[in-house]
Design a protein around this ligand. Sequence first.
Ligand code: FAD
Length: 413
Amino acid sequence: MTDTAMTFDVLIVGAGHGGAQAAIALRQRKFAGTIGLLGDEPELPYERPPLSKEYLAGDKPFDRILIRPAAFWVEREVTLLPGHRVASVDSSAHTVTITDGSTIGYRTLIWATGGAPRRLTCAGHDLRGVHSVRTRADVDQIMRELASVERAIVIGGGYIGLEAAAVLTKLGKHVTVLEAAPRVLARVAGAPLSHFYEAEHRAHGVDLRTGVSVESIVGKDGAACGVRLADGTILPGELVIVGIGIIPAVAPLLAAGADGGNGVNVDALCRTSLPDIFAIGDCAAHPNPYADGAIIRLESVQNANDQATTVAKLLTGEETPYDAVPWFWSNQYDLKLQTVGLSIGYDAVVLRGDVATRSFSVTYLKHGHVIALDCVNATRDYVQGRALVMAHAVIDPARLADTAIPLKEMLSV
Ligand code: FAD
């Protein structure tokens, strides 16, 4: 160990969902050592999902999206170190170095840094008016500019892009969504769900274009004024939102020698290849039982929280490998999507219910087993379908499609 000014029994780097939950779970489990929760954002730990939903819409103020109020951290004796960015890690000295050159020591390090939004690389990517949606600062800047925006262009038809499109539409903006793949949500959902959301956005007036590639952002006086497509079309827009994924923030750990690439590799107990260093959340490439044990990264609150709990348990004497059922949600317009399981590698899709009623579920099968459900305004299916996913159940597709039979009755047959 070192003689650095500050040393914590547990130092958590990244004060987002995973980092905050790690500190919360440690104290819940009566961990009595010192805890430092360090993050590069200036705020108290806050919830990220509302950034593209209620917070952007102006329906929830910032203090209502805090993970815990300020007093909580004081009472639980968690030392918050906001506004600090770790530049490097020395795993033999058990220290991290902050960008200002100071060092902090640790006995155990939990790396919970999420990811940085992937940026465009084309001409005009750095013009004023081009934004990501990852932090409160991103969204506050978007909100400041909104008053002078008539047309918004969203690049990327994933959940965050589509949620932002729904909010901006509600705020009266003319919205265009540009997706390079042949359908929106192609990376995470089956075709019925993609086509349903495409139709919904169009019905709300969104100019949604799939199979298009962006050539550049067009600017005037240093500010964005549109997007040029590869076919030469120019779409006018003063606000450009880029939602094309994240790059896991693991450079300091990889430089310190940790195994990884697309994220840092961890085992089922969230241990990296470096001694006394764990990684959790969006940045952790882990073996997931719901992906047949494949090494994947998940970008969800569920995954960040449950991995945080796995580490907290281990540090308080309970070794429980991470095996939580993945779940996720997305709110667009009056549609509440809830997903359970992972649809990776599905070979059949069963539609349950009528898409036209705007309440239905899509069930994903692999070799006959139920591996995931996407439920739109269908909370009962979501709740009951979870058991099918956990049981890896084999159910006749005709029964799955029959809404007269509740999903909970299917397991027993
Ligand atoms: P984060 O919550 O991203 O926290 C990481 C923190 O570490 C950040 O503050 C980051 O700035 C900081 N950091 C990075 N590098 C360093 C460094 N070197 N030093 C110090 N600090 C550092 N998930 C859902 O399940 N449902 C949803 O509806 C949903 N909606 C979303 C909407 C938006 C707009 C976004 C951006 C995400 C959404 N997600 C949703 C995903 C979810 O928010 C993430 O999966 C979750 O936040 C991951 O938690 P994390 O702790 O891994 O990372």
